[in-house]
Design a protein around this ligand. Structure first.
Ligand SMILES: Nc1ncnc2c1ncn2[C@@H]1O[C@H](COP(=O)(O)OP(=O)(O)O)[C@@H](O)[C@H]1O
Ligand SMILES: N[C@@H](CCOP(=O)(O)O)C(=O)O
Length: 316
């Protein structure tokens, strides 16, 4: 599923005129994506992506626009919102909030190697460094409070074995919460999976889909990325890719002792977050034509994260 709101050429032309980017050459709906309607838009003035925001935290769109401006100004390859001639970043099309952004080059990498992971680690550290001194506050709507609220609700539909795993993950989340609150913070992407990163050859050329972005502990963002980019087929951590991602990150920001101590727990918390959100999405969208991601992928990852043998590299 991809385009929830089809567009007529004439309404798109009217919408695009105030950007002063020349005539519309072509446009097409983008097949990937599951939340919003996205279109590749080719104009005389260049290549763009139009997003119609269909769901999610619509009231927080000004936060996303501001964060992407900050990251763009810091030189990160992100899709900031273009302004129309009267300065508007957020406009409306087909009665939906609409944003026009530059189209970033590159393609998704489904089977990353250690080099890709090193680039992702470096990018994530730059994102954190660019925001940590002036954090734009936005609590995550999928943070620890949410996990502790949703976890017990999902528990009722689980068999004994996954239920025991879920209970122990929730108990750990309660135990470590006060220490997590003390970790160094910044703005987080909070969903830095392979399908949100573009590579142009070996070069990381884009990071997209900031709709989970929030403020919070940097270690959480790192755990989310490692859990997607550095896994073997059975969900366990692949040593060369994990070390490469951590080294790419720590080349730009040193880890603290507290982060090192909480690293194993944080990897499990990051599994819990996506296990729960996928369980909820599966129940909500059953039978509908919406991409449903497998919750059991993160149950398996959580199972194999009970023992963590790869430590955070600490500077001597
Ligand atoms: N700025 C961009 N530049 C290039 N491709 C993009 C851009 N924004 C989105 N895309 C493409 O559109 C797809 C869906 O975008 P995404 O933001 O993940 O949608 P959704 O919010 O619906 O999940 C991406 O996988 C990517 O291929
Ligand atoms: N990358 C996630 C999807 C994004 O999370 P959501 O809570 O916004 O649906 C995944 O692979 O599950």
């Amino acid at each position: 599923m991809s385009v929830f709101t089809p567009l007529e050429r004439s309404e798109l032309e009217d919408f695009l005129a105030p950007y002063r980017l020349g005539r519309l050459r072509d446009f097409q709906g983008i097949a990937g994506g599951s939340e919003n309607s996205n279109f590749f838009v080719s104009l005389e003035g260049g290549e763009f992506v139009l997003t119609l925001v269909e769901r999610g935290p619509i009231a927080d769109l000004p936060f996303f626009v501001e964060l992407l401006d900050v990251l763009h100004q810091a030189g990160l390859p992100v899709p900031y919102a273009l302004r129309s001639e009267d300065g508007a970043a957020l406009r409306a099309l087909a009665e939906k909030p609409a944003l026009l952004q530059p189209r970033l080059p590159g393609a998704h990498v489904s089977q990353p190697n250690a080099h890709h992971c090193s680039e992702v680690g470096g990018l994530l550290a730059r994102l954190h460094q660019a925001t940590r001194t002036h954090i734009l506050e936005r609590p995550s709507d999928r943070g620890l409070d949410w996990m502790l609220r949703e976890g017990p609700l999902q528990a009722v539909s689980l068999a004994d074995e996954p239920l025991a795993l879920l209970r122990s993950a929730l108990e750990e989340a309660v135990r470590v919460r006060p220490r997590v609150a003390e970790l160094p913070r910044a703005n987080l992407h909070a969903d830095l999976f392979r399908d949100n990163v573009l590579f142009d050859g070996p070069h990381l050329s884009g990071v997209i889909d900031f709709y989970n972005a929030c403020s919070g502990p940097m270690l959480y963002d790192l755990a989310i990325a490692v859990n997607d980019w550095c896994c073997a087929a059975d969900g366990s951590l692949d040593l060369p890719r994990t070390q490469a991602l951590l080294a790419g990150y720590s080349a730009q920001r040193r880890f603290t002792t507290q982060e090192s101590e909480l690293w194993p727990a944080m990897l499990r918390i990051a599994c819990l977050r996506f296990w729960l959100s996928r369980l909820i999405a599966r129940a909500e969208h059953a039978g509908r034509e919406v991409l449903i991601k497998d919750p059991d992928e993160f149950r398996r990852k959580l199972e194999v994260r009970q023992q963590i043998s790869i430590a955070l590299p600490l500077a001597l």
